[in-house]
Design a protein around this ligand. Structure first.
Ligand SMILES: Nc1ncnc2c1ncn2[C@@H]1O[C@H](COP(=O)(O)OP(=O)(O)O)[C@@H](O)[C@H]1O
Ligand SMILES: [Mg+2]
Length: 355
């Protein structure tokens, strides 16, 4: 049997470009080469695509390319000459944040009629927008932290928000990740400065009640019948899980997998993770992030459709603790992408030639 040609696409224009490189490096080093022929494609910070000549993710060393539709695959064309350099059966978009996790590349891949790993257009876009995610979760009867939104044109009155949600408050851009633009505020002056900063990243900002409690995460994978891993816990020293503790200072946070929970809590969190995944229409994979409040309420903070994916990231680590190795996980995610593509191909949505 010929190998499945998988394009691992990484880099990209988002603020999480560097993190994508690390995730992709992990995948390139661990993907099962006896099953898959790997095609490394890098998107540089300006958005140009390159077919890499080496698997060194840091270097941008390839031929400038464009993807076009083939027959049940995508073709890689050399820019300028238009020469077909290769074909792709399935794309693994290892892109975090905007233009990667937000439905945009998913839309492009659907237009190319090629299979891809992970959530589709709507689930990616819905999970990218924290306001939309929370509305859909609320609609599914899942607890969330109370919040209001501010926009470029409307900022709620501080006294009113304080009265409704109390202090401290969390201020965060609706469509971003890696804790960029996230602030914990305790006064009117801090509130105004934080809003001003968060609105630099997005036209919509969430103002959320502070949830005092624990941060628990669950890895979910699958299409119609999703599976949930054992939960993990992130313990930060003092502050919150900010950019520094995520990527800079290794000592600022500790990870516990599995999280120390009662059997009932464990069960409820895993079930809620699957319920949320289905409610948001997720496919392939997502990491569902929870708060377990000091008074025992289980609520969802956010859903990441392409969570950090290095071998030491929470998502793969939680699967490993549940009995799925990193390279098995990669294989399963590719299979889910292909299965979804095959299922959608059977839908009667495309024009047929009238004879
Ligand atoms: N309402 C909240 N209550 C308590 N902590 C919060 C709240 N919102 C965010 N945080 C803290 O900020 C971190 C980043 O916020 P999050 O909403 O997860 O954004 P990001 O997409 O950047 O990860 C969380 O992991 C948590 O530590
Ligand atoms: Mg988060």
């Amino acid at each position: 049997m010929s190998k499945i040609k998988v394009a691992v696409v990484f880099g990209g224009r988002s603020t999480e470009h560097e993190i994508s490189l690390i995730s992709a490096n992990g995948i390139l080093k661990n993907i099962n080469r006896s099953l898959f022929e790997v095609i490394p494609i890098k998107i540089d910070i300006e958005g140009h695509w390159f077919l890499q000549t080496s698997e060194d993710v840091k270097a941008t060393n390839g031929t400038a390319i464009t993807l076009v539709q083939g027959t049940n695959n995508a073709q890689i064309l050399e820019n300028g000459s238009g020469k077909i350099l290769d074909t792709i059966d399935v794309v693994f978009p290892v892109l975090h944040g905007v233009f990667g996790e937000d439905g945009t590349i998913q839309g492009m891949l659907k237009m190319l009629n090629v299979a891809f790993v992970g959530c589709g257009v709507l689930a990616s876009a819905s999970c990218m927008d924290k306001d939309v995610t929370k509305r859909l979760l609320r609609d599914a009867g899942i607890a969330i932290a109370p919040y209001v939104c501010a926009t470029w044109t409307h900022t709620p009155n501080f006294e009113k928000v304080e009265h409704e949600l109390g202090l401290p408050l969390f201020i965060k851009p609706a469509n971003l990740g890696s804790s960029v633009g996230v602030h914990k505020v305790k006064s009117k002056a801090e509130f105004q400065a934080a809003l001003e900063d968060a609105l630099k990243y997005d036209g919509k900002v969430l103002i959320e009640q502070n949830i005092s409690g624990r941060e628990i995460e669950v890895a979910v994978m699958g299409n119609e019948k999703p599976q949930a891993s054992f939960p993990g816990e992130i313990v930060t020293d003092g502050g919150f899980y900010d950019f520094e503790s995520k990527y800079v200072s290794k000592d600022a946070s500790t990870i516990h997998i599995p999280a120390q929970l009662t059997d009932e809590q464990m069960e409820e969190i895993r079930e809620t993770a699957k319920k949320a995944y289905t409610a948001l229409g997720c496919e392939g994979l997502s990491r569902v992030d929870f708060f377990l409040s000091d008074d025992g309420v289980i609520m969802i903070n956010e859903i990441n459709t392409l969570p950090g994916f290095t071998p030491i990231s929470m998502y793969p680590k939680m699967w490993e603790a549940t009995g799925v190795s990193y390279s098995e996980l990669i294989e399963l995610l590719i299979q889910f992408g292909i299965e979804r593509f095959e299922r959608e191909k059977a839908l009667k949505i495309v024009a047929r030639e009238v004879k």
